[in-house]
Design a protein around this ligand. Structure first.
Ligand code: PLP
Length: 384
């Protein structure tokens, strides 16, 4: 028997309270009971996203929210600026292409944060861009981007700022309104502690003005239609209502802990994991690590698949490798959502043992000790 341990940056572990909701009888999505649930989850999502803007629930994976942002804010033949720094941010370019939108790709070396100065310059060069599309946490490289600084720049222009917060929300601080994020895209299966299947999108007044200016080319992802229904705590089509019940349970857990405390827990887990990796003599991949996952380079002479297969076979731990050009070069450990310091410690302990099996020189406890040093201290959960 191997106890399954999901240490991937999405899907991520789901707590029992949330899983149990999925076993309840299906209720009708237009019933009074469903409206009560929709009212509570809409308020909860706004609280977690730190926004007063409209928030809509889509039955789709996270990419559905990205597609909704693109097709509704940029008119046919229009222009967008994509802050392209990884596999997921490049998806903005692909979605733009699918709708005949001219995507100006502002490329940043993978593993590095976007430079806000470059965004300012790009906006000067392309004042006709309707939307700037960026990422809070680039999951392919494990990098957090300076959304606050970029938001301030975009706010001074006619463009709207759309942020892919799919793996960031619930793991990293995001002050949607205060930071000028006009459109926030979120998915259920990352730090929000749910199975895959729901996407969330928040839309500011500035973004609605763009959206209202032309006819949506998408039927399913028509945000004008979604807004109309959301005002009545409803959705245009049958939502994955079972997942919405589960969402209520996960939001209750997040809000009971307090979103600031949730961010702080992720900061600690991230720091502990980074220190553990460095203590093994391994190299972090990102110059500015995101808080929901840690990416590190595969040490010379070892194969990423041997390490990851060892973790699965010996300890039931699932991690992920690199995507696209990073395939074989990095390993990514998720620590988002329903995870704590002990998950990080056990992940590091397993990594020590697997690396040791593969002939990599490891002193048992080396990484674990480094993580514990981070977790012992004034900010640890116990001390609070
Ligand atoms: C997971 C992820 C996506 C893709 O989400 P899907 O739910 O698979 O559509 C997009 N962007 C980021 C940053 C992600 O982490």
């Amino acid at each position: 028997m191997r106890k399954p341990r999901l240490m991937t940056p999405g899907p991520a572990p789901v707590p029992e309270e949330v899983l149990l909701e999925l076993a309840r009888p299906v209720i009708h999505h237009r019933s009074a009971e469903a409206k009560v649930v929709m009212t509570e989850v809409t308020a909860g999502l706004k609280d977690v996203f730190r926004t007063k803007n409209d928030v809509m629930i889509l039955t789709a994976s996270g990419t559905g929210a990205m597609e909704a942002a693109v097709v509704n804010t940029v008119p046919p033949g229009g222009k967008a600026i994509v802050l392209n720094a990884g596999y997921f941010s490049n998806r903005w370019v692909s979605v733009c292409k699918a709708y005949g939108i001219n995507a100006v790709s502002l490329d940043t070396e993978w593993g590095h944060p976007v430079d806000p100065e470059q965004v300012a310059n790009a906006l000067k060069l392309h004042p006709d861009a309707a939307c700037v599309m960026g990422t809070l946490s680039e999951t392919s490289t494990g990098t957090g981007h300076p959304v606050e600084a970029i938001g301030k720049i975009v706010a001074g222009t006619d463009a709207v700022f759309a942020v892919d917060g799919i793996s960031g929300i619930g793991a990293m601080e995001c002050q949607t309104d205060a930071w000028g994020v006009d459109i926030l895209c979120v998915g259920s299966q990352k730090a929000l502690m749910l199975p895959p299947g729901l996407a969330f999108i928040s839309v500011s007044e500035k973004a609605w003005a763009k959206i209202d200016a032309f006819e949506s080319r998408s039927f399913y992802f028509n945000l004008k239609m979604a807004r109309k229904k959301a005002k009545e705590f409803d959705t245009p089509f049958t939502p994955a209502h079972t997942l919405i019940l589960a969402l209520r349970a996960s939001l209750r857990m997040i809000l009971a802990e307090g979103i600031e405390n949730v961010w702080e827990r992720h900061r600690r887990m991230s720091e502990g994991c980074q220190e553990g990796i460095k203590a093994l003599g391994l190299e972090l991949f990102s110059a500015r690590p995101a808080e929901g996952l840690t990416a590190f380079r595969v040490p010379a002479g070892l194969k990423d698949s041997d390490i990851r297969n060892g973790l699965v076979k010996k300890f039931g731990i699932t991690t992920v490798g690199g995507q696209d050009k990073l395939k074989g070069h990095i390993i990514r450990i998720g620590h988002m959502g329903y995870t704590d310091e002990l998950d990080v410690i056990s992940g590091l302990a397993a990594l020590e043992m697997v690396l040791s099996d593969l002939g990599f020189e490891v002193e048992p406890g080396q990484a674990v000790t480094a993580a514990q040093r981070v977790f012992i201290g004034p900010t640890s959960a116990v001390a609070r």
